[in-house]
Write a protein that binds this ligand. Structure first.
Ligand SMILES: [Zn+2]
Ligand SMILES: [Zn+2]
Length: 304
């Protein structure tokens, strides 16, 4: 399985357009050693010809232009066969509306994520102007589906959507009831190499599904925040990581401690612009790496 990290920042990108925190100022001025990052999205492929996106970031067009494997090989062509949505957050779905030039795509989403996106949303009709433009495949929690190419043949990859603690997208909090289908991680399995990638970019807690994290050969995990009070302490927000449904990295109840028994390749992604691990010379970055974790960056390539 070929894996390309297209974007490794949380919602808002890094630097964030309206943020003057230490990291955002530092990366703009060059005062810190750090890479700019677009918003979270990953491309996976069994053969290098056809690709599936895990989430459609608002930065998807930039991400395609930076990634030759995702560019057209004909007059009107795209190697993109489908898109999987892990939740309905705008930083994971807005890219769909930039991919509306009549290329047939298959959308894989749970019923709750699909309904939250399509129901009562006049803009969604732009993806349904032609009968073949967008096919929708409903993901049942825990069931494995074959990711298909445009002609219906198997791609060599399968996906399982597994419910993980999370929350409704902010724009649905007042109108929808929470459901286990609101936030999933994906176990992507390559039927040829027999390797699996677990993509879990938004996870509020690992209490329930901890055995899940032992099933993968490589883990891409929620690295949004270093501490629970990161936004509050830096004076850029009022919500804790817990309130935003992201398990922080550091501390007795953080992911470094809770996932310390894992031996697979472990990579933090979906990193918020305030997170000190973005600064390559920070003590926090050194600690993460000393514990055997990597920090994803845009353009990172994995082969499983
Ligand atoms: Zn996000
Ligand atoms: Zn910032």
């Amino acid at each position: 399985m070929l894996v390309r990290i297209l974007g490794s920042a949380a919602g808002g990108r890094f630097p964030q357009w309206n943020c003057g925190c230490l990291n955002c100022r530092g990366v703009r001025t060059g005062a810190i050693r750090a890479r700019e990052r677009t918003q979270d999205s990953v491309a996976v492929s069994a053969d290098g010809h056809s690709w599936f996106l895990l989430n459609a970031s608002p930065d998807v067009l930039t991400q395609i232009e930076r990634q030759p494997a995702l560019q057209p090989r004909g007059l009107r062509h795209s190697p993109l066969a489908g898109i999987l949505l892990s939740n309905g957050d705008l930083d994971h779905v807005l890219g769909l509306f930039s991919l509306r030039e009549s290329h047939p795509l298959t959308l894989y989403a749970t019923r709750a994520v699909y309904q939250g996106l399509a129901e009562g949303n006049a803009v969604f009709e732009t993806l349904r102007r032609h009968p073949r433009q967008l096919s929708v495949r409903t993901l049942e929690l825990g069931s494995e589906v074959v990711l298909q190419l445009a002609d219906g043949s198997p791609s060599g990859l399968t996906a399982r959507a597994i419910a993980v603690p999370g929350k409704l997208p902010a724009h649905l909090e007042r109108s929808s009831r929470p459901s286990a289908e609101d936030n999933v991680c994906f176990l992507i399995h390559d039927t040829y190499s027999a390797q699996s990638l677990l993509y879990a970019s938004s996870v509020a807690s690992v209490r329930g599904p901890s055995e899940l994290f032992h099933m993968a050969d490589c883990l891409l995990f929620d690295g949004t925040f270093w501490t629970n009070d990161e936004l509050i302490r830096q004076g850029v927000g009022t919500a804790s990581a817990e309130q935003m449904a992201h398990l922080p990295i550091y501390g007795e109840t953080g992911s470094l401690a809770l996932l310390k028994s894992l031996t697979c390749r472990r990579i933090f992604t979906h990193i918020n612009n305030t997170n000190p691990i973005l600064s390559e010379d920070s003590a926090e970055r050194a600690e993460v790496e000393a514990r055997g974790w990597e920090v994803a960056h845009d353009g990172m390539e994995l082969c499983l």
